[in-house]
Design a protein around this ligand. Structure first.
Ligand code: IMP
Length: 192
């Protein structure tokens, strides 16, 4: 079965492709001739995930899944959430976003937060959503050089290193994205 992953991130395509059996061929957006930027106009992570997958399915008539992720901070009522990528402005700077988060968290002792990924699969037969959550704490200072986004500020529950202090393999074993991908893969494997 040909299945589009609504991304051009070859790393993500390879990662999912390696987890699926050979009856699935994972295609990127450019593989199906989609060169446009996909709109993310919804106010929730599941909403944006659905919007992207559904748009590609309707327009290109290829079964498709899309992911959308963000950081939800308890004390900030779930912010930055859907605005995670551009929290501090359209420049989408990881540094600016982290600095704004630290500022907004300055007076909060409760530091609980979660990363969330929602993957939406849209085919002619079904629409399914798969959620992955990683709980942790927002630190008062950045730690580590690895990863991306808010990783240097995020200490996963049960660990003494931030996501930015972990190897990519270690992060991938516990991440919100890998939890959601594992659920998608389990669902697809069960369809045979
Ligand atoms: P995307 O939907 O995967 O592009 O994620 C949107 C934004 O959420 C990113 O630009 C980051 O700011 C944040 N984010 C998502 N996943 C992670 C992660 O694993 N580590 C750190 N930040 C993340």
């Amino acid at each position: 079965m040909r299945l589009c992953f609504a991304t051009n991130n070859q790393h993500k395509i390879k990662e999912v492709g390696a987890l699926l059996d050979s009856s699935y061929t994972i295609l990127s957006l450019s593989d199906i001739g989609c060169v446009e930027e996909l709109a993310e106009e919804q106010s929730t992570i599941p909403g944006n995930s659905f919007q992207k997958a559904n748009y590609v399915f309707q327009k290109y008539e290829v079964p498709c899944f899309a992911d959308d992720s963000g950081l939800e901070v308890d004390a900030l009522k779930g912010e930055p959430g859907v605005d995670s990528a551009h929290y501090a402005g359209p420049q989408r700077s990881f540094e600016d976003n982290m600095n704004l988060l630290l500022k907004n968290m300055a007076n909060h002792a409760h530091r609980g937060a979660q990363f969330k990924t929602v993957i939406t699969l849209v085919t002619s037969q079904t629409t399914q959503q798969f959620e992955g959550i990683l709980r942790g704490q927002i630190l008062y200072d950045k730690r580590g050089q690895g990863g991306f986004g808010y990783d240097p500020l995020f200490l996963p529950d049960g660990y003494d290193r931030t996501l930015a202090e972990m190897s990519l393999e270690e992060k991938n074993r516990i991440s919100h994205r890998s939890i959601a991908v594992a659920k998608l893969v389990e669902y697809l494997a069960g369809r045979h």
